[in-house]
Design a protein around this ligand. Structure first.
Ligand SMILES: NC(=O)c1ccc[n+]([C@@H]2O[C@H](COP(=O)([O-])OP(=O)(O)OC[C@H]3O[C@@H](n4cnc5c(N)ncnc54)[C@H](O)[C@@H]3O)[C@@H](O)[C@H]2O)c1
Length: 258
């Protein structure tokens, strides 16, 4: 997978879920490859995260607090990005939530919330991004963060809503890819296995046996490091992947092949 250094120079990337974890690491990789960044997150700490990246990266880094399920807030992100950094031509959707709850118990409200954040919260940034790219007469590239949980029922945690939401992200990705390729917008997704982040740390501190089980089922025998997503997301965002369209690329230490 060739990725030329500085291949994203002169481009602006919006990264949702950019405060921490996989979103932060992917933003850092895009920034190292020359992109200016707009970090987006519902957490206030997105401002500190942007300041940290701004200190280490060559390009500009800004932050915007936003709930990705709110269409008006999302539209505002892309308007502000265009004003301050130039129209975004890269979008990485990493905002997401995972709640482990038995399907027999989960309330309708909590089920809907997982779907809303993970699916609507992926769609709305895609839509605002596409509108901005088309209005500016540009081309663009989107990478959505799906999951191996959209392809296999990874055990032992009960997470039907999460699994369904991530399968939806993969199908949304393929659907938008077909609709938007004629507009010059490529849409792909990545499907990570277990990666070390706040999302998984909450489990490793409360239930180390569960993490042992995850590792037993992962041929690589370890969690992924968030920085290991950098080359893949940089490749998918850049022109070198021009013929990769609507795919969900698995990066899971082999979990889904056994
Ligand atoms: N860590 C893993 O093992 C793993 C595996 C597969 C997929 N993923 C996916 O990767 C993405 C990033 O996960 P992570 O592990 O870094 O988790 P994380 O909890 O560390 O990061 C998720 C980020 O999304 C933000 N967010 C949540 N709801 C939001 C909303 N409504 N609006 C804006 N921001 C919101 C959170 O504040 C947080 O900063 C998620 O979509 C997750 O489902 C993670």
């Amino acid at each position: 997978m060739p990725v030329s250094e500085g291949s994203l120079a002169g481009r602006t990337a919006v990264v949702t879920g950019g405060s921490r974890g996989l979103g932060y690491a992917m933003a850092e990789a895009l920034g190292r490859n020359g992109a200016d960044l707009m970090l987006v997150d519902v957490l206030e700490s997105v401002t500190d995260a942007a300041a940290r990246l701004d200190a280490e990266l060559p390009g500009a880094v800004a932050a915007q607090r936003c709930d990705v399920t709110e269409a008006d807030q999302v539209a505002q992100v892309f308007a502000r990005t265009a004003d301050e950094l130039g129209t975004a031509t890269i979008l990485v959707n990493a905002a997401g939530i995972a709640w482990n709850e038995p399907a027999i118990d989960v309330t309708a409200e909590r089920f809907r919330t997982v779907l809303d954040v993970n699916v609507t919260g992926t769609f709305l940034p895609c839509q605002s991004f596409a509108r901005a790219v088309v209005a500016a007469g540009l081309t663009g590239s989107v990478v959505n963060v799906a999951s191996m949980s959209g392809m296999v029922v990874n055990l032992p945690q009960p997470q039907a809503a999460y699994n369904a939401s991530k399968a939806a992200v993969s199908m949304l990705t393929a659907s938008l890819a077909v609709e938007w390729l004629p507009l010059g917008i490529r849409v792909n997704a990545i499907a990570p296995g277990y990666f070390a982040s706040d999302m998984t740390k909450s489990v490793s501190t409360t239930d180390p046996d569960m993490v042992d089980e995850w590792m037993r089922r992962t041929p690589a025998g370890r969690m992924g490091r968030p920085d290991e997503l950098g080359p893949l997301v940089t490749y998918l965002c850049g022109d070198e992947s021009a013929f990769v369209v609507g795919q969900t690329i698995v990066i899971d230490g082999g979990y889904t092949i056994v």
